[in-house]
Design a protein around this ligand. Structure first.
Ligand code: SF4
Length: 281
């Protein structure tokens, strides 16, 4: 038996070619593509404008691997935290954060994380694998459904601040954002998307060279290298000067905003000395 292909790893052109090899016309591939992305179908049987025969053929040659909500927790402030299960049973986390004027989805980019930041629970989990572009996309779709059900509005913003370092899953994160912002996908504005990084200077420069249209946030959390090394080991290869240089390069080439995140850690980074260092950056 031939190996089945995860159908959402195919570009539209690749899908047309695959379907042509099965004797199907390009317009069929376009219908399927629309079901996969714009209509977020989770099963080939949802594709009701295709014949039963074609749906059976799709099941024979392709896989459709949606994520599903495994556990959902609602807080009094309206925040909804979800554990999403992937097809291989791994769990990731996504959060809906509603406020008066926004509905923000916080999404994951990897299962676990390799960067071991000392203040982060994910940092203690082994990095198992990268998420596919479709698995990232699915989180946005499911959290958007939660937003509609719980507050009657669509998502307004997306932040990549869940599990994982997005810039270490560069291609899939970029591909997911392409689909999220495409007319043939969710048609959201790139200006409403923020990718948060612990700081991978080389990849920040690559974002600039690839003309990223979204915003970037640097998780700074310490304003001198010595301290940052102790709480964020990635700083040893990507020190603050290298990161500032990369961010300036990003700003010189891209329109997206750059922001800094700084969590106050009791007795670690919250002294007068720290604030002076921060101002001096
Ligand atoms: S990079 Fe992000 S997810 Fe990974 S350990 Fe650091 S804070 Fe946690």
């Amino acid at each position: 038996m031939q190996t089945q292909i995860d159908i959402r790893t195919l570009s539209k052109e690749e899908l047309i070619a695959q379907l042509a090899a099965l004797g199907e016309k390009p317009f069929r591939a376009k219908q399927i593509y629309e079901w996969l992305w714009k209509k977020s179908a989770v099963d080939f049987d949802e594709m009701t404008n295709l014949s039963k025969d074609l749906r059976e053929k799709l099941k024979q040659y392709f896989l459709l691997l949606p994520i599903r909500a495994y556990k959902v927790q609602k807080s009094n402030d309206g925040t909804i935290k979800s554990a999403f299960q992937l097809h291989d049973k791994h769990l990731i986390e996504g959060v809906l954060i509603p406020t008066e004027d926004r509905a923000t989805a916080c999404v994951s980019s990897q299962v676990g994380c390799s960067l071991s930041c000392s203040f982060c629970a994910t940092g203690f989990l082994k990095r198992e694998r990268n998420l596919s572009a479709a698995e990232i996309y699915d989180q946005v779709v499911l959290i958007n459904q939660q937003a509609i059900e719980s507050i009657g509005r669509n998502l307004s913003n997306i932040v990549f601040m869940g599990m994982g370092e997005p810039l270490l899953n560069y291609n899939n994160v970029m591909s997911a954002i392409d689909k999220i912002t495409a007319e043939e996908g969710l048609n959201m504005s790139a200006k409403r998307i923020t990718v948060s990084t612990a700081g991978v200077a080389k990849m920040i420069k690559k974002l600039a060279d690839d003309n990223a249209r979204f915003n970037l946030a640097l998780s700074l959390h310490a304003a001198d290298d010595e301290k940052r090394n102790t709480i964020m080991p990635i700083n040893e290869q990507n020190n603050i000067d290298a990161l500032i240089d990369a961010l300036q390069y990003f700003q010189s080439k891209c329109k997206g905003e750059v922001t800094f995140e700084y969590i106050l850690l009791d007795g670690v980074n919250d002294s007068i000395y720290d604030s002076k260092k921060l101002v001096a950056i």
